[in-house]
Design a protein around this ligand. Structure first.
Ligand code: FBP
Ligand code: AFP
Length: 319
């Protein structure tokens, strides 16, 4: 089944046709980005630009290209009220009659681009007609997705009910590869940047130490994986379980965390919860956080529910 047919079936089940059309537009934008990524080296689109974004991060040419693709896609849809991007300081007004805000990280993990390692796009859609409605808790999302640009291009999406995996076929159509995906339990594997170990909150240090000692949730010695692209790490966890952490630590605490709430933690949290997993800061459920600003950062702990709950228990015991 291709995406168009999948969305038609949703239409027959009463989903909002405007939202479904928007989802097709978002999917088409990710196909355009995957085409650009395929030839980026040949077109000299790797390396850095002279520009920095609102986060003070140096932009890669492909950050800018992917951002332009997403913004242009949003501008073709009358259903979109505002576009909010990691790469733009402020929201971009789109249509005065629009009813959905599209919030996105156009190219996640872009430090991987120069070395041809998986990167992604992350998208969140919330009902919002006015700029004053953009700061909503993640539980209000009506759609979230990521595209993983790796050996193949995957689109993983949810309307909050189930999670479905699509894969880009030879005709450049997204084809359903796996329906109603659930994060499996039992995979003794964690994903965390261990170079920050001395900085992590004590509950995270204790949790990882226990996992390495064979005293974690599954009582066996844990394996470690860190791609440096959240999309790639979460995509692996969606398939085979485990846990991803970008926790609070002594250095990033003053910023609130490393990853961004609106276009990284919320959409990934929405997908992971819909796949039966957990999404937490260690102290609170990510999807319940009331955002205060568009580019707010939060600690992020995502993955198999039993693992995420084990980290939360350590935070609760440390109080
Ligand atoms: P960007 O939004 O700047 O791409 O940063 C997000 C991210 O790349 C995540 O995808 C990834 O998990 C993390 O940063 C990697 O961080 P680190 O540089 O500490 O390995
Ligand atoms: P294979 O030969 O089974 O593919 O393993 C090689 C390899 O995946 C290599 O590419 C990695 O660096 C290494 O194994 C990872 O090993 P760990 O599973 O011990 O991290």
């Amino acid at each position: 089944m291709i995406l168009k047919q999948f969305l038609n079936a949703k239409r027959e089940r009463g989903f909002d046709p405007d939202l479904l059309e928007l989802v097709q537009t978002i999917a088409d934008a990710t196909i355009k980005i995957s085409r650009q990524l395929r030839v980026a080296v040949l077109h000299g689109h790797v390396g850095a630009t002279e520009e920095t974004n609102v986060q003070g991060e140096v932009q890669k040419p492909l950050d800018v290209i992917a951002d332009n693709v997403f913004v242009a896609a949003c501008q073709t849809s009358a259903a979109v009220s505002f576009a909010v991007s990691e790469e733009q300081d402020n929201e971009i007004p789109v249509s005065a009659t629009g009813k959905y805000a599209v919030i996105f990280d156009p190219l996640d993990g872009s430090s991987n681009l120069d070395v041809n390692v998986t990167v992604g796009s992350i998208v969140s859609v919330i009902p919002a007609k006015a700029a004053s409605e953009l700061l909503q808790p993640g539980r209000n999302q009506v759609f979230a997705a990521y595209a993983a640009y790796g050996p193949s291009t995957s689109l993983v999406l949810t309307f909050g009910d189930d999670v479905d995996f699509f894969s880009l076929n030879a005709d450049e159509e997204y084809e359903l590869a796996d329906a109603d995906v659930k994060i499996p339990s039992g995979n003794a594997e964690f994903s965390i940047n261990t170079s920050r170990q001395n900085l992590w909150d004590k509950p995270v240090q204790d949790y990882i130490a226990a996992s390495l000692a064979g005293e974690g949730v599954y009582a066996k010695r844990y394996n470690m994986r860190w791609v440096g692209s959240m999309v790639a790490d979460i995509h692996r966890i969606m398939h085979r379980g485990g846990i991803f952490l970008y926790p609070n630590d002594a250095e990033i605490a003053k910023k609130g965390g490393r990853l961004r709430l609106l276009y990284e933690a919320n959409p990934m949290g929405f997908l992971v919860e819909a796949a039966g997993g957990g999404a937490s800061t260690g102290l609170v459920r990510i999807l319940d956080i009331q955002p205060k600003e568009l580019h707010q950062r939060v600690p992020v702990i995502l993955g198999a529910l039993d693992e995420v709950e084990a980290v939360e228990r350590r935070y609760a015991e440390a109080k």
